[in-house]
Design a protein around this ligand. Structure first.
Ligand code: NAD
Ligand code: MG
Length: 297
């Protein structure tokens, strides 16, 4: 049994700050993060909860999306991951891990802020797998800015395109392919409820993701499809070191959570599995917080 599953005090289960300052250009490479995050590579144990399902995860190369990809494959699903071309090194590791489970893997490099690509990546997944049962919209852009005057139109445009427009384009392309029993999972943030001063545009998109998903859930249940939101608190991913937070905050990331540490991506993967699987059969239109004790106000 991996140590992750042994009963223990969760506050001391994973590394605590301070962490080294480690700037990377956006979108960053998880393989260069110090300490290395636990995405479940060695620690996630599956139980056949998604046997035979076909899943698509945007941002599946690193962080929370990677943890979901590894967990889904261990639960028996074929998994396609979408990511930016500069993230090929991270993506290849994930594709290898999926195939190591005897599952099919599809890599989809491209920029989801481009409408054509957002639609195309859905078609490529359906073509490759023959169907689509689980859609995880998780790719995100987060760039901190000191004050409102520094948030350029370009920032606003790129953050909204990546976090909100792509959500709409990918969902619109996917819905005609989703059968009854399918599950859509979006990734918002505590920022939707308790926005930081330095994340104006990002927090706005996260509140939008919550509203969009709740509205979508009301439509999709008419087809027997569920849709839910996961709202993470501080998780140790490259999003923060590659512009999401100032480096002083990266060094102390998660310190002010009630655990005194950030979450590791594998610690949120079971929520994605629950929402994707038939065990979540009565769960739709909900927001699942995994916030490190902050709650969703
Ligand atoms: P991450 O950097 O590992 O993952 C984000 C992924 O988004 C990248 O790997 C990249 O593949 C993808 N992406 C970004 N811009 C893209 C574009 N234009 N086209 C295609 N793909 C693009 O970081 P993460 O923390 O795992 O982020 C996953 C999700 O979790 C994001 O939506 C993020 O907002 C959300 N989230 C993270 C935290 C946290 O503390 N890490 C907290 C709350 C919410
Ligand atoms: Mg990445």
């Amino acid at each position: 049994m991996p140590d992750r599953l042994t009963m223990q005090d969760p506050r001391s289960q994973y590394p605590k700050p301070p962490f080294p300052k480690q700037p990377q250009p956006r979108p960053g490479i998880a393989g260069k993060l110090e300490p290395r995050p636990d995405h479940g590579e060695k620690s996630y144990v599956g139980a056949g909860k998604l046997t035979g399902r076909k899943a698509l995860i945007t941002g599946g190369d690193s962080g929370i999306g990677r943890a979901a990809a590894i967990a889904f494959a261990r639960e028996g699903a074929d998994v396609a991951i979408a990511y930016l071309p500069s993230e090929e090194a991270d993506a290849q590791e994930v594709l290898t891990l999926i195939e190591a489970e005897g599952r099919k893997a599809i890599g989809l490099p491209g920029d989801v802020s481009d409408e054509n690509w957002s639609r195309q990546l859905v078609e490529d997944t359906v073509k490759g797998f023959g169907s689509l049962d689980i859609l995880v919209i998780n790719a995100g852009r987060q760039q901190w800015r000191e004050n409102v005057g520094e948030v350029t139109s370009d920032d606003f445009d790129k953050t909204l395109k990546t976090n909100l427009y792509a959500l709409h384009w990918i969902t619109q392309a996917a819905v005609p392919h989703l059968p009854a029993g399918a599950s859509v999972i979006t990734t918002a943030s505590v920022q939707a409820y308790d926005p930081s001063d330095i994340l104006l545009d990002y927090a706005t998109t996260k509140a939008g993701i919550v509203a969009y998903t709740k509205a979508l859930a009301k439509q999709l249940i008419e087809k027997g499809i569920r849709a839910n939101v996961v709202a993470p608190g501080p998780f140790w991913t490259v999003l923060q070191a590659s512009g999401g937070q100032p480096q002083e905050k990266v060094a102390h990331f998660g310190e002010r959570s009630r655990f005194g540490r950030p979450g590791q991506p594998v610690e949120i993967a079971p929520v994605y599995v629950l929402l994707a699987s038939q065990e979540g059969s009565y769960i739709t239109g909900e927001v699942f917080g995994v916030t490190g004790g902050a709650g969703l106000a």
